[in-house]
Design a protein around this ligand. Sequence first.
Ligand code: ADP
Length: 482
Amino acid sequence: METPGQRPAKSDSRTGRPRTSGFSYFLKLFVRFRWAAAFSAGLTVFATQFYLGIESFAFLWLYAIVGLILLYNTAFYFYLEHRIQTGATSEFQDGSRFPLTRVVALSQILLDLLALFWLLHFAGGLTNPFVLFFLFHIVVAGTLLEPGPTVGVALFTSALIFALGILEKTGILAHYHPVAILGSTDPMRSWLFVLGLPAVLTVTILSLTILTISIMNERARRRDQILELSEELDRKNLKLQRVDRMRKQLLAVASHDLKSPIAAVSSYLMGMRDGYLGPLTDEQRRVIERSLGRLGRLKEFISDVLKWTAIERGTMRQDMHAVDLSDILRRAVEDYEEQASARSIAVDLALPKEMPLVVCSPERMAQVFDNLVSNAVKYSHDSSMVKIEARVEDEDVVISVKDTGIGISESDLGQLFQDFFRAPSVKSRFEGTGLGLSMVRRIVGAHNGRIWANSELGRGSTFFVRLPIRQIKPSMMPLPPG
Ligand code: ADP
């Protein structure tokens, strides 16, 4: 089962390897480096003890520290492997404000620095040329951490180097003397020194080279991966847009072609109903009335689809005027008064004394309020009230359409303005297309306005439209065809 923050690991289309977050990959890469370093350190300690015959170092401690490095790296390795395999995406755990992987990286680096400090201490302190290995940790920190923590790590490293010298010099820590290796106080007399020191430097230089090349390679690989992903996204997006355009064209054409046969069938049926083709029985008349009702709804649906596809394609006429919304609101109320009074629904309209003019397409604004008022009446209980109110707020006109009808559940509210959305509870009880509100949202949006709704299931809904009074540019409207 998936847990939050985890998803099955996606694989790289070229390598088939799981796609890792770059950061986890770097962490794993450095764990491998540490293994190599710990093994080499173990071998070096072994060689120092048995081939160079030095007895002054604290070998037991040295082996113990090497063992410890291997141990905590194994733990880190399995932890990171687990994150990569499960495709863990969340960098944060339990609401912590520190990204988890950065915390892991910082702990690794600090543990390494402390391990190196003690390794050096038990093997000659500052006189040990492997003191240069402190450098690696700065490179690793620079790759994995933010600039702030990286500087922190650098300062901590310097402090450790100073501490190593001062603590051993003052006798707080014992100094494990390496002079026996050299056999003399003048190191240049010893081949071990003359060849050993350059060998250690060479190992350091080579390791740094391998480390930086690996980092650069990984960076390049990740950049390619991101490029490939973004191209893939672009391609998919284009394809989706094409399919969407075709879907809308098809809908528009199909709906348009359905209009004329429906009009023809309706007029034949009306002729029959009105007795032009001979007398009808009551039963025949009832069937014809029902058929006409069905055809009427089909016509409404087609007209909704056509308007919707027209808005989608920006093919509606661009007819911006300074308009008094009061007229549009009055007309919307008048259009539904009869339907409302048949169900004893009172429709109340409250307008401000002075209604500022709004620059808009009157045809489309009429469509907006027609839709909202028609919904308010449709989804109202009988013997209730619908209230439409317009008021001026700052630089805007806000129109609210309030009903005390069936209301909308909280989960449905979020999808209300999507194409074809209809609340599951209304589907079997009310006719509709689910296109009205999506159309309204587009029109209001094209006028630089905002639409939203408050609702409580079973208690009613209020829809708000906010339109700017300021002059708006005609370019905000969908363009005419061509
Ligand atoms: P429809 O043709 O279904 O009315 P709309 O796009 O106009 O399509 O509305 C989408 C859905 O929003 C409706 O099906 C209904 O579930 C819900 N809805 C819209 N207005 C109201 C309202 N005033 N009261 C309750 N539900 C509403």
